[in-house]
Write a protein that binds this ligand. Structure first.
Ligand code: SF4
Length: 570
């Protein structure tokens, strides 16, 4: 198991074996500080975040937004609503323009923040109708200055939103079955789902019913709206394992049980950020019918036993690191499900990338076309044109992927080329270069208050430059490049071949400039896998943003020259 977390009990036992230490066993042991586990320590809040969540149900802020803040404006919003509870409805204040990344750590959060919001529309499973896409596009154009980014969690993020317009935006979204409920905050976030659910020829099981049931039963449930931290979920039945399940708090991965048929392999406890950890299999087989209640059980364990004292130690991965998979499964079965789960097999190692770019035949004989918006950046206008193009080509369904890609489904074979040409005119390529295909970038300094460097434009410029310089390397397998604006890893630094963590670095002239710390050789590899694992920081290796194309070109050329056979970059 790849892990960077320290298991406190392991540390204690190592120390206990150290022979030259004096025997301290006769000293009175220091009382253990409570970790804020509700079922162990009680529910008294141990920090301000826990206080504001208990003071007032964060979901109830919606009423105040609709009745007060949207009427009286930005200045009427008190701090705990603005910086805390608004997130439960997908709203974050965005960064004030013009504040450079060197000042991110020195300013107070309110000094960094603008009077506008980022609004995250949750799109569970990444599944959208063309009608829904058109509504999001219209909101972007009317209320968001035309901005729209496809995120690596299958959401769409809009910017420049004013609080006065939020009720109307909700009205429009909800009229077509979309929502921003629990798109951010200490809640069950959007559920990643295979973008080819229900259509792929080689799909083992369609996770759509599981995702829809979880969404219908539990999203917006006040009993799950105060978790210790965010809670991420994923489900796939596709053999490419296309939902980065290893880095989610809970994940269901399609498998075939030799006696029980198809169902899911259960994973828990993955997460990245500053202490990355791949999830673990519990070794349990879950049927499609059981999956929603098993999901509920895992969320309740997190709510009841998760650590709440320190926010940077609150994700489920820390509890799993201390408990281990065996105890976790035992608590799940005995305290929450009240029935045992059978043992089950692991999913096979995927043999193809899971981004679904290109043209693929569906099980019904029609085709889906996967295109690569550059680092997920689109616009209201592009989304509206995609909806129109899809409909002109007989499709009413679109999917977003966890790789910031977009698919148009249900296209007849004789209409594929025309669709590809139309999408290409929008900058959405179905046959992109390895760099355009495999680069993702987080929001970065343009809008994010935590950012240290710019990401989207830097990555897009690097892609264009690498396409020009490395045109002779078009046959290389995908090399993933993930660009992050700070250490938080929203764009999954540690899972990329080349992961870039934004920071201020020194250039050759001794000046402090935007740049990146480099992680190399990352990937997603689970226990039972033969290779891979989270990327390693290359000690001391930093690159300025300006030198990024030079650096990547050198790496790629060396890889191309030295690789043997089908050797991957990792
Ligand atoms: Fe913001 Fe950092 Fe996340 Fe990028 S990685 S979106 S800069 S918090």
């Amino acid at each position: 198991m790849t892990t960077r977390l320290t298991d406190p009990s392991a540390t204690r036992s190592r120390r206990g074996r150290t022979e030259d230490r004096p025997d301290r066993s006769d000293r009175p042991s220091r009382p253990q500080r409570p970790n804020g586990q509700w079922k162990v320590d009680g529910t008294a809040p141990l920090n301000h975040n826990e206080e504001f969540k208990q003071e007032s149900d964060p979901l109830a802020v919606r009423e105040r937004i609709e009745q007060t803040y949207a009427v009286e404006g930005f200045d009427s919003i008190p701090g705990d609503d603005l910086h805390g509870r608004f997130r439960w409805w997908g709203l974050y204040t965005q960064r004030k323009p013009g504040i450079d990344g060197g000042r991110t750590a020195t300013l107070e959060p309110h000094e960094l923040e603008d009077r506008y919001f980022m609004l995250r529309v949750r799109i569970d499973g990444g599944a959208l109708s063309t009608e829904q896409l058109r509504v999001v596009a219209g909101i972007s154009e009317e209320f968001g200055r035309g901005t729209a980014d496809i995120t690596d969690r299958q959401n769409i993020q809009l910017h420049w939103i004013e609080v006065e317009n939020v009720p109307e935006i909700w009205r429009r979204l909800e009229a077509v079955g979309l929502q921003t409920t629990e798109a951010c905050g200490d809640v069950p976030r959007v559920i990643l789902g295979s973008p080819v659910a229900g259509i792929a020829k080689d799909e083992l099981i369609d996770p759509t019913p599981v995702i829809e049931t979880i969404q219908r039963r539990y999203i917006g449930d006040p009993s799950l709206a105060n978790l210790p931290r965010k809670f991420k979920s994923a489900a796939t039945g596709h053999p490419s394992l296309d939902v980065v399940h290893e880095i989610n708090d809970v994940a269901f991965v399609g498998v075939e049980h030799p006696e029980l048929g198809v169902g899911y392999d259960l994973w828990v406890g993955g997460g990245l950020s500053t202490n990355p950890r791949l999830g673990e299999r519990l070794g349990a087989f879950v049927t499609a019918e059981q999956a929603p209640e098993v999901w509920h059980g895992v969320v309740q364990i997190f709510r009841d036993y998760g650590y709440r004292r320190l926010r940077n130690k609150a994700r489920l991965k820390y509890l799993l690191a201390d408990w281990g998979a065996e105890k976790f499964r035992d608590v799940l079965e005995s305290e929450y499900l009240e029935y045992p789960l059978p043992d089950g097999p692991p999913a096979p190692v995927p043999s193809e990338p899971g981004d679904h770019v290109g043209v693929h035949e569906q099980k019904d004989g029609r085709f889906y076309v996967g295109v690569a918006p550059t680092v997920g950046r689109v616009s209201g206008e592009i989304l509206r044109r995609v909806a129109e193009l899809a409909e002109e080509h007989g499709s009413r369904r679109v999917r977003l992927t966890p790789f910031q890609k977009l698919l148009v489904l249900d296209v007849a074979g004789d209409r594929v080329d025309s669709l590809i040409a139309g999408l290409d005119e929008l900058g959405l390529q179905a046959r992109p270069s390895v760099f355009r295909r495999s680069t993702i970038a987080c929001t970065g300094i343009e809008f994010c208050k935590l950012a240290i460097v710019e990401t989207k434009v830097t990555a897009a410029e690097a892609i264009a430059e690498l396409e020009r310089r490395l045109a002779d390397q078009a046959g290389l397998p995908p090399i993933t490049l993930h660009v992050n604006g700070c250490p938080n890893s929203c764009a999954r630094i540690q899972t990329a071949d080349i992961g870039l963590k934004g920071q201020i670095v020194m250039n050759d002239d001794g000046e402090q400039v935007p740049g990146f710390q480099v992680h190399l050789g990352g990937g997603l590899a689970a226990p039972d896998r033969e290779e891979g694992g989270l990327g390693r920081t290359v000690r001391g290796l930093k690159v300025t943003a300006a030198d990024l194309p030079d650096y990547v070109e050198r790496l790629v050329r060396r890889y191309a020259d030295d690789r043997e056979g089908a050797e991957t970059f990792a």
